[in-house]
Structures are given as C-alpha cells and as structure tokens.
Design a protein around this ligand. Structure first.
Ligand code: GRF
Length: 203
C-alpha cells in the first residue's frame, strides 16, 4: 500500500517535525513526509529534513508580490510532491485561501494550549498569566481563523506553582510530540469525519 504523503510547513526549530519523522521511522505512524517547506532559510526544520533524506524547500516570501502569491507557490510545491495532508508545525503564518481551497479539511495545526482558550502566538505565556491550573495542547483542522478550526485531539498538563512560560512550554511540548502523530495516524486510518465544528473519531 502506498503511504499517505504528508507535507510539513515550518518556520523554525522543527521539534514537532522531528517527532513525526521519529514516529514514522519507529512505525508508530504509517505515513511518509513528502516535503518540508519553510518560509525562513534559517529554519532548523530544513536541517532535520536533510538529515533524514527528506526534501526540504525554502520558499522565500520576499520573492513574491504578496501573501497570496507566496502561498500559491507553496501550494504548487505541495502538489508537485503529491502531498495529501498538510501539517503545520510551528508555521508562523496565517493560512489563506489558496491553501484552504487546495486542501479542504486536509490541513492540521498544533497549538500549545487547550483551545478555544489562549489562541495566538503566546499560548503558554497567556495560560501562566491567567493563572489556570491546567493547560495543554490541541491538534485541529485549519480553517480561515486564528486557531479556530475543528478540534481533533487534545492533551492536558498541569500548571505548577512557579511555572513560567518556558517550564510550561517544555511540559506541553512533550505532549505535542505524542498527539500530533496520533492525530495524523487517525487521519491515515480514515477515522476522522468533520461534522460542522465537531470531529467524529470512528472506532
Ligand atoms: C510548538 O509549540 C507548536 O505548538 C507551536 O509552535 C511550536 C513549534 O515548535 N505551533 P517546533 O518548531 O515544532 O519545535
């Protein structure tokens, strides 16, 4: 059976990409990474791809007349590499029409908070500042909003006395590395159905 081809979009460190690669290599995840696309040439995610003989592509946003044009080039690259599912892993851009139209309900994102609480770029800091006792991470399908799409899986971690943004982020990240692959595996197995805001997981 041909494996589901995943395209990963990343802007930085790429530890979630690494966890996905590791889970594929240890056969916990039955997929393959067809391409890693970065909007920053310094993204360590590109190094990680290279280390595993995965195609890494830097698409330079500055080479395009606007954000839509840039994103059309990303879509083209994903299509050229026969990607079926797009996985955002620390991709620091809002997804727009070209991607949403090319991959409807086929784009996932991971967010370091229990959505719908604390969307945006500082999920861990916002949770600490608010004083919640629990936070966590969320894998969701991407729609046109900021961290608003239908939720696939979540994991919960406690917020300890004395936590700061970094200690909480480290605790959450361990869970991110597990649940992203779990969500992708559910997709691979054809077990996810989007019904309005809800995602049904069939057994
Ligand atoms: C993660 O915390 C993820 O939840 C958020 O951005 C961070 C990316 O980390 N969207 P990495 O690049 O995967 O290490």
């Amino acid at each position: 059976m041909p494996k589901l081809r995943v395209g990963v979009l990343a802007s930085g460190r790429g530890s979630n990409l690494q966890a996905i690669i590791d889970n594929i290599e240890s056969r916990k995840l039955d997929a393959e990474v067809g391409v890693v696309i970065c909007d920053k040439h310094t993204a360590f995610a590109l190094e990680r791809a290279k280390n595993h003989n995965i195609l890494g592509v830097f698409v330079n946003p500055k080479e395009f007349s606007g954000k839509e044009e840039y994103e059309k080039a990303v879509v083209e690259c994903l299509k050229e590499n026969r990607v079926e599912l797009v996985v955002l892993a620390g991709y620091m851009r809002i997804v727009r029409e070209p991607l949403l139209e090319a991959f409807p309900n086929r784009i996932m994102n991971i967010h370091p908070a229990l959505l719908p609480s604390f969307p945006g770029a500082h999920g861990q800091r916002d949770a600490v500042d608010y004083g919640v006792r629990f936070s966590g991470c969320t894998v969701h399908f991407v729609d046109g909003g900021m961290d608003t799409g239908p939720i696939i899986v979540q994991a919960v971690v406690p917020v300890m006395q004395g936590d700061d943004e970094d200690t909480l982020a480290a605790r959450i990240l361990k869970e991110e590395h597990k649940i992203y692959s779990q969500a992708i595996q559910l997709y691979v197995e054809g077990r996810l159905t989007v019904e309005g805001r809800r995602v049904r997981i069939s057994s």
